[in-house]
Ligand binder design. Structure first.
Ligand code: PHE
Length: 352
């Protein structure tokens, strides 16, 4: 059989020579460690071309196999040497290139950037401090709520049109992202005996189209005071004090009659425009109205008190819900609510 094995061996040689040549070309075009590694895997790797040739040894007569094995091993050694030489070359080229770029080692490094309190958080913290000093407790609650806390318990039955005012993100038939912090009124009153004095800040969500004044995610500050003899005058005093702490010593508040199912009477609360003080006809902040709308408020509805098992004959209370972003827009004279969400460090630094 020498004829057959001669043919097989020369075919093996041919394949090895061809592989070597192709490998050499692949290395020449490889210009970095990654492409070198890719070439190695393709030719010398476990499922590479050379491994395939090695597997075909089995087809040779058994006395030819040792010679063939040696040929293959020699070929591998030669290819590995090629690879190593090319590796050294590529690496030294990378070093040269790095050195050829001029580096000024005396150039000062950029200063490390420290974070700062987000303006919305600042507003919330200052408001909470104001109320805590007056005996209120800060409470936090879930952002995903059953409709019971969001609506039913707040005197908004299923078919009530007021539900449409809260264009909500529903998770299923009964669960939603809270569109306001008022559910915290119910949660607190159901878990505590009166008197109640709480401030509940937190994120809210509504399906509002996003523009300079609206966002689908925002923050509210909910306030609730329930005790014997609480009246609207307390509310006005507390809110005027809050506005003075947050926006300036000369702020005043006004109430405009409004409607909320969970308060009666209800009001929209405005504070003096801190930019123009109510005097400029073309003020960029208030549009010349002289007032900034902060949110809603009112005396807690008797139905709400009854729902949580409180006696409306004996107890009364007020509640309010303010938009933290609205306060922050006025406090920092910011033109667009989206800046609070974008969190561009250059913007946040200015307000730090
Ligand atoms: N929850 C109301 C809203 O988001 C605001 C509000 C709170 C009104 C408390 C009255 C009392 O529009």
């Amino acid at each position: 059989m020498p004829g057959f094995s001669f043919a097989a061996m020369s075919e093996l040689n041919e394949r090895l020579t061809d592989l070597h040549a192709r490998f050499e070309r692949a290395l020449e075009v490889a210009s970095d460690e990654r492409s070198l590694e890719a070439a190695r895997a393709q030719y010398l790797g476990r499922s590479g071309d050379l491994a395939a040739i090695r597997r075909s040894i089995g087809r040779l007569p058994s006395d030819e196999r040792p010679t063939a094995g040696k040929e293959i091993n020699d070929a591998v050694a030669a290819m590995e040497e090629l690879l190593e030489r090319r590796r050294v070359k590529v690496a030294s080229h990378a070093v040269e290139e790095a050195l050829s770029r001029r580096v000024d080692v005396t150039f000062p490094a950029p200063e490390a950037r420290l974070g700062s309190t987000h303006p919305i958080r600042h507003v919330i913290e200052d408001a909470c401090t104001y109320f805590e000093r007056r005996g209120f407790a800060v409470v936090l609650g879930p952002e995903v709520e059953p409709d019971y806390y969001n609506f039913d318990a707040l005197n908004i039955p299923p078919e009530h049109p007021a539900r449409e005012g809260f264009d909500s993100f529903w998770i299923d038939e009964t669960l939603l992202l809270r569109p306001h912090t008022s559910p915290m009124q119910i949660r607190t009153m159901q878990n505590h005996r009166p008197p109640i004095a709480i401030i509940a800040p937190g994120k809210c969500y509504r399906r509002d189209a996003v523009d300079a004044r609206h966002h689908f995610q925002f923050h509210q500050l909910e306030g609730l005071l329930v005790a014997e003899g609480v009246h609207f005058g307390h509310l006005k005093g507390m809110l005027a004090g809050l506005c003075r702490v947050l926006l300036g010593a000369h702020q005043s508040v006004r109430f405009r009659p409004s409607f909320f199912p969970f308060t009666e009477p209800s009001a929209e609360v405005d504070t003096t425009c801190p930019k123009c003080g109510g005097s400029a006809t073309a003020c960029s902040m208030c549009g010349g109205s002289g007032w900034i709308e902060l949110g809603g408020a009112g005396m807690v509805h008797a139905n709400v008190l009854r729902e949580v098992g409180y006696d409306p004959q004996r107890l009364s209370g007020w509640a309010f819900g303010f938009g933290a972003e609205r306060i922050a827009l006025a406090r920092y004279d910011v033109d667009d609510i989206r800046r609070f969400i974008d969190s561009d460090p250059d913007f946040l630094e200015q307000l730090a």
